[in-house]
Every structure is written in structure tokens, then in C-alpha cells.
Design a protein around this ligand. Structure first.
Ligand code: AHR
Length: 662
């Protein structure tokens, strides 16, 4: 251990985080070699993984507030009720005279007593969240049937029955026509309902009922998305976005695998499908969970573009989920899956007059999107995966050599399936291997050196899904505690130190609706009006915002250890080229403050104003809707010597120090 240099006392007073150098004899020490920068840290290093789980898409990131507005769920009336009070109507879902051929079902609302009213009510996604004074656009297709005339009115209604907003949709013609209006609620209500009231005589056929905030993002594809959730994503500064899953890619059976070609084009032409999380987690069933694909592949690419993130689509490789049926496409029938992969690259990046590029152009984006990464399979394993992965990867690489192919290493970070696949990858040579890990916080603390010994000549690593579990995987009792987030931060220092091997990483899952989730923990929780980032969110955000461009060699010594001999103070060092700063990411996972003696070789000694960002809290601390910032970063500045200093690391804390060092 090298003794840190002593600073003038006046400089040391500047921050509570700085300890007098006289205490240098105690505590851990970090030596950083700024004169010998190591591997570049990929711009993709810290990204995000979106899957439509926990109502992440419909009812979440998708701005649409009406559930089953096209009456295409298997139970055509799911989400809708015929209002009994004062109503005089009947409703039936029919398929004999659709407004749009691709969306065959419509609801026929019949007014039984002359004059009516007859009313249909939509419950939204565990209610409809509306804010006072916000403009909402309601639109639908309607046609009158029978004697007529029929008048329609749209309303937003509070749970007690008070009408928050109402607008006339006018008389309904006998041929299908679009009707729209604006609703501006006079109060904020998280659990409103949407009511369509028909008056007059006869019946009205209804389809494609929609309600969404009027002030939508005008960029193609982005208007479909909920702005506050996009904002939280944006604030994460993800280097990439992996989508659309996850197990959802695989499906329980091949019939309900994710097929990207069914998710593009006009929204009403995208066939509704059950969401595999509908009944997957038996203790958290959500029978009303279906995918409308309002968030389809075009929207995913548009979102990536808006976020400045590399798109990373994952494709089904001819295998249904091996935790379910494990259904396989026979090898001699794999061609459509190969073609899907090739067509996807063309859809995203092909010229606007190419067969698939023209589909993108028709959706409003003639310029190509980016597509430099492609995942083949989600959590697959065994020879059956290798046999299916190989021809798809070969075909994509042959036609699009620049596309980085990502292969799955299975669902666990170290088991027989994992070892078998890695062995195969030595010869199959994917560009990147996708590893997953859901484990106790102790696993993350004990595995910060996991990649120190990885083979530097093989494929790179994508830590594609990880999250510390406060209870156990798939337990509904998992909580997004600070202890979990801190363990992830410690682990991430190990990923960053090994940035020559690890080129991407993402926490999982991303979103959860507070009233409709299946899986916990999650990065961002939301309800119909609000959203907050968990402690893990803040860790991800800080690592991404302080990524740095190159790893700096950093040697940590004298750290306190756990009973198993593993360290409990962790560090990574990087250089930000443009800012000319050294970035230290420091984790103290002990319950005591630690004085870390830092020596930085290769920089000129002298006082510098450093920025210190700290996340610290009690291990069981969580964020919530009421206290969204209970665990949140605190930023302060302090003067220290660029070449030698002592930093006081609070207990249970992540500290990020940016030290100017030009
Ligand atoms: O993130 C939740 C699930 O965990 C993903 O769908 C799957 O890939 C993993 O098993």
C-alpha cells in the first residue's frame, strides 16, 4: 500500500467526505494508474432491457388508456361493462361487419328503451389516470344500425360517479365513420373510468375506441408512448435498449412466440395475443394481460432513436420457452426464422424502396434506423439451441457482417447449461454472449471478480439481465431495497474494470405497474399517474452518466472482508476523455465508514475541485410513490489533491468521484 500524499489543511476542510491525510495509516487504499489507460469502455456498456412484463407496454409505456378498445381480446368485452344504473341497453360483440377487416370484432350497443341512454364503461388498466386540465383525445369508429338516430357522448367519470369531463361525439352515420373529441378533466383522478353514452333509437356499432393524452410526442412512433416513462428512460442515458424480451420472445408455445412482423403497420392491423405473463406466475395472475402491440418493432426502433440508444432486438430462434413446452421448430423448417432475421435488418436499415424498408418508410421513417446488434434466442440452452442458433447467425453474418450477433448462455450464470454453451461458443464464435443472473445480494458482492479471469480472446460478454433479489427469484416478497442496489453497484464495478470483456449490461425487468405486476424487483415502478426510480435505478443512472471512456488500472488493497474472505469495499476507475476527468466508482458495503486512501499515478499533483456524488441509505431503505427520493444521489464539490487524497466513504454507500486531471 502506498502512503497518500498530505494535502494543505485548508483544502481538506472543503468536504465532509475528505479525511485528514494523517489518518492514512488505516483503511483501504486504491492506486490508480492514470498514465496507463486500459480498455475502452463501450458506449453500450450500460443499457436498458424492456420486456412487456408487469404491464410494461399496454397499461404502461403505451399511452393508450382504453383496455381492449378494439374488442379483440378473446373475451371481447374484457375491460368493458354495460352500465347498469339508469341504462336501458344491451351489448354484444360481433364479427359480421367490421370497421377494419384486420380488426374483425366490434361491439354493438343497443338502446332498448326509446331515447336511451345505453352506456358502455371501460375500466382502463386498473383505472385511468387523468390530470386536471390535461387535454385528452378520444376517438373511435362508429356506425348506426336500425331506426336511429343515435347520438354518442364520451365522458371521464370518477369512481363515485362524478363526471370529470364530457364531450359530444355527435350523431352517428349509418356507414362507419371516425368520431373524435377532446376531454379535459376538471380534477385529477388516478382511477377514473371512460364512459360512452348512446342516446336515441336503435343501435350503434363501436370499434377502435381510444383515449390518450392529446399532447403527444409528434415524432413517428413516439406519440404512442407515455411521456413521463419515456422521460425516466431518457434520464437513464441507456447506451442500448434490448427488446422485446425476455421470455416473451419465446412464448409458452411457438404459436404465441413474439413475431415482429405482426407488430408493425397500422396499429389496428396488429393481431392481439395473450401475454405470456398473463398466467405464468401462478401467485400473481393477471387474466386481463394481452399484447395489442401498440408498442411494436417500429415504436421500439423509434424509441431507441429518441433515446440515442443502440437497438438490440432479440428474435425467436425456433424454440418455445424451455421452462414451458420447449416446443421446437424442426431444423428443416427453420428457414422462416432465418428469413425473419434477415428481413428485420432490412426493415430497420434497408432503403426506403426495399421490400421491408418500404414498410418502415410507410410508417413515417424513410431514413434508416440503426441496427448493429441482434440477439438470437433469449434464455435457451442445450444442443437444440446450438443447432438453431448457428444457421440463423450464419445467414445474418453473411449478409450483414457489421451486425454483432448475440447468443444466449441460458438462464443462470454458472451451471451445466451455461458451461456447455460457452464451450460451444468457442467454435461458434458469436460476437457477444448474453449472461443472466437473478441472485441474492451476496452473490453480487462475492462475484465482483467474476470477469477478471475470463478468456480475453473469446466472445465479449453482455450481462443481459441481472438484479439482486432481497428474498428469492420470482418471490412476490422481493423488494427494491438499497442493499440490493448497493450489491449491484459493487458488481458493476467488476463489470467496468473488465470492460475489455464486458461490453453491455442491463438490469431486469425495467417497468412494473404498481397494481398489475407479476415480477419484482423492477427498476421503475409506476401507477396510472406517477412513476419513480428505485435505488437500483439511481445506481444504473449514475453508472451510465459517469461511464468514462477508458478503464484505468486500479489496485485496491487492505479492504475489509466478509467472513467468506471476499472484499466489502470495491472500486473501478475510468477516464473521461472529453472532460479530462478521472472517475472513481467506490462502493463501501460495510456498516462502517471507511477512509479510502487514493493515489493516482500519472497526474500532476495539486488541488482540484472534485465532484462527489453519493448514494447511501439504510440497507432496507426503499423508494415509493410517497417518498420517491428517499434513496437519491447527493452531489457536492470538494477540493482535493488530484494525485493523493483520502476519501471518507460513508457506510452502505456508492460514491462517485470526478477528479479533474488534465
Ligand atoms: O426478467 C424477467 C424474466 O427473467 C425474463 O423474461 C427472462 O428472460 C428471465 O427468466
Amino acid at each position: 500500500m502506498t502512503t497518500p500524499r498530505r494535502l494543505p489543511a485548508a483544502l481538506l476542510l472543503a468536504s465532509a467526505l475528505l479525511a485528514p491525510a494523517a489518518r492514512a495509516a488505516d483503511g483501504p487504499a486504491l492506486v490508480v494508474d492514470a498514465g496507463r489507460p486500459g480498455a475502452p469502455i463501450a458506449p453500450t456498456m450500460w443499457g436498458a432491457f424492456f420486456e412487456d412484463i408487469n404491464f410494461g407496454a399496454d397499461g404502461g409505456l403505451v399511452a393508450e388508456r382504453i383496455k381492449n378498445g378494439a374488442f379483440e381480446f378473446p373475451d371481447g368485452m374484457m375491460g368493458w361493462t354495460l352500465e347498469p344504473d339508469g341504462g336501458t341497453g344491451r351489448v354484444e360483440v360481433r364479427a359480421d361487419a367490421p370497421a377494419v377487416a384486420a380488426s374483425p370484432h366490434v361491439a354493438r350497443l343497443t338502446i332498448d328503451a326509446a331515447g336511451g341512454p345505453a352506456a358502455l364503461v371501460n375500466e382502463g388498466f386498473r383505472g385511468i389516470g387523468v390530470k386536471a386540465g390535461t387535454r385528452h383525445r378520444v376517438s373511435l369508429r362508429a356506425r348506426a344500425e336500425g331506426a336511429g338516430p343515435v347520438h354518442l357522448r364520451a365522458e371521464l367519470v370518477a369512481p363515485g360517479g362524478r363526471v370529470l369531463a364530457g364531450a359530444e361525439l355527435g350523431p352517428v352515420p349509418s356507414a362507419w365513420a371516425e368520431r373524435s373529441a377532446e376531454l379535459v378533466p376538471d380534477a385529477t383522478e388516478p382511477k377514473a373510468a371512460f364512459r360512452l353514452v348512446a342516446t336515441g333509437r336503435g343501435a350503434v356499432d363501436l370499434d377502435l375506441v381510444s383515449l390518450r393524452p392529446a399532447a403527444a410526442d409528434p415524432r413517428p412512433g413516439m406519440g404512442a408512448l407515455r411521456a413521463d416513462l419515456v422521460g425516466l428512460l431518457d434520464d437513464l442515458r441507456p447506451g442500448f435498449l434490448r427488446f422485446p424480451g425476455g421470455c416473451i420472445v419465446e412464448g409458452r408455445t411457438l404459436a404465441n412466440r413474439y413475431d415482429w412482423k405482426r407488430t408493425i403497420g397500422p396499429p389496428e392491423s396488429r393481431p392481439v395475443m395473450i401475454n405470456r405473463w398473463n398466467d405464468e406466475i401462478k401467485h400473481r395472475p393477471t387474466p386481463d394481460y394481452f399484447q395489442t402491440f401498440a408498442l411494436g418493432f417500429f415504436e421500439y426502433f423509434a424509441l431507441c432513436e429518441a433515446l440515442g440508444a443502440e437497438p438490440l432486438p432479440i428474435l425467436n430462434c425456433g424454440m418455445a420457452c424451455q421452462f414451458n413446452t420447449g416446443e421446437l421448430v424442426p431444423l428443416d423448417q427453420l428457414n422462416p426464422f432465418v428469413q425473419d432475421a434477415l428481413d428485420l435488418v432490412e426493415f430497420a436499415t434497408g432503403p426506403a424502396d426495399s421490400p421491408w424498408g418500404s414498410r418502415r418508410a410507410a410508417m413515417g421513417h424513410p431514413a434508416p434506423f440503426k441496427l448493429n446488434y441482434l440477439g438470437i434466442g433469449n434464455e435457451q440452452w442445450g444442443p437444440q439451441y446450438v443447432e438453431r442458433y448457428a444457421p440463423i447467425a450464419r445467414a445474418v453474418k453473411a449478409k450483414y457482417p457489421h451486425v454483432q450477433i448475440i447468443a444466449s448462455a441460458g438462464p443462470a450464470p454458472a451451471d451445466e447449461r451455461f458451461r456447455y454453451l460457452w464451450e460451444q461458443f468457442r467454435t461458434l464464435a458469436p460476437d457477444i454472449v448474453d449472461e443472466h443472473c437473478y441472485a441474492a445480494p451476496s452473490w453480487f458482492l462475492d462475484n465482483t471478480r467474476r470477469y477478471d479471469d475470463y478468456d480475453r480472446s473469446g466472445p465479449k460478454v453482455f450481462m443481459g439481465e441481472y438484479a439482486a433479489q432481497s428474498d428469492r427469484t420470482v418471490s412476490p416478497n422481493n423488494r427494491n431495497t438499497w442493499a440490493c442496489a448497493l450489491a449491484e453497484a459493487a458488481y458493476m464495478t467488476g463489470l467496468e474494470r473488465n470492460a475489455d470483456v464486458v461490453v453491455m449490461a442491463a438490469y431486469a425487468p425495467l417497468f412494473a405497474h404498481a397494481d398489475a405486476w407479476q415480477w419484482t424487483p423492477d427498476l421503475i415502478w409506476f401507477d396510472n399517474l406517477r412513476a419513480y426510480g428505485t435505488p437500483s435505478y439511481h445506481v444504473q443512472r449514475l453508472f451510465a452518466r459517469h461511464r468514462g471512456d477508458r478503464v484505468l488500472p486500479a489496485t485496491l488493497s487492505g479492504t475489509p472482508t466478509a467472513p467468506n474472505g471476499q472484499p466489502r469495499v470495491y472500486a473501478a476507475a475510468a477516464r473521461d476523455d472529453a472532460a479530462g476527468e478521472i472517475i472513481l466508482k467506490l462502493v463501501n458495503a460495510t456498516a462502517r465508514p471507511q477512509t479510502l486512501h487514493v493515489r493516482v499515478d500519472g497526474v500532476k499533483a495539486g488541488p482540484r475541485v472534485a465532484t462527489l456524488t453519493t448514494l447511501s441509505a439504510a440497507p432496507d431503505a426503499v423508494n415509493s410513490f410517497d417518498q420517491p427520493q428517499a434513496v437519491a444521489p447527493r452531489v457536492r464539490q470538494a477540493t482535493l489533491d488530484a494525485a493523493a487524497s483520502s476519501l471518507d466513504l460513508p457506510p452502505h454507500a456508492l460514491t462517485i468521484a470526478r477528479i479533474p486531471a488534465r
